[in-house]
Write a protein that binds this ligand. Sequence first.
Ligand code: PGA
Length: 244
Amino acid sequence: MIIHVFNSQQELNQAGAGIITALIQTKPDAVLGLATGGTPVGIYEELVKNYNAARVSFRHAKSFNLDEYVGLPDGHSESYRTYMNHHLFDHVDIQMEETHVPNGNADDVDEECEEYDAMMADAGQVDLQILGIGHNGHIGFNEPGRELTAGTHRVELKAETREANARYFPSIDEVPTHAITMGIASIMKAKQIILIVRGADKAEIVERALFGPITTDCPASLLQAHPNLVVLLDNEAGSGLIEQ
Ligand code: PGA
């Protein structure tokens, strides 16, 4: 595991975008695992800048997103497909048909999950997976519990996850109760994982995830077993580590 702690959001964003840019420069047909939420927004902004400066082209790249809410109407402002189009896909030259976000409106969600895993298997190994972390240690929407699931699956969101995401919705009642998420094995299969965390409110979970026991009660702790994990933290999220 390599941990970088940055003094500014800009340095963190440039470092994250730099890793993705360097990968695509050396492997134009890279398979990217992408994340949503507040954490990666600045990294996508930097990636768009790199694209506009002709430092990177996504023309041959493919992407698979970690997760999607179940039941939001197509085009809903808070769906993760809308987020990805808005923050990245609409601004770069990736082929839209090579971008994949689980379909949270599928008639048969289980079938959608199986198809998503099959598409990922066809695309080959994810070269680089971007991850954030929830306050409860979730990665994607793999919530803490007695067991974790290997492949893409439907999940019931924990109350704390719905509360954390309520900031994007008019009220908590409108936050979906379920989501589709890649499973832990899908995430751990990636060649490289970039875990990005910002803010003092995540300092404790960062410490637990990276240095606490490996346990399903903190899904992110499994990342300790990944052979190529790079952690990008702002100094607030990294404050617990610096004090050690
Ligand atoms: P956030 O979410 O980036 O909005 O903090 C991270 C997560 O829940 O995985």
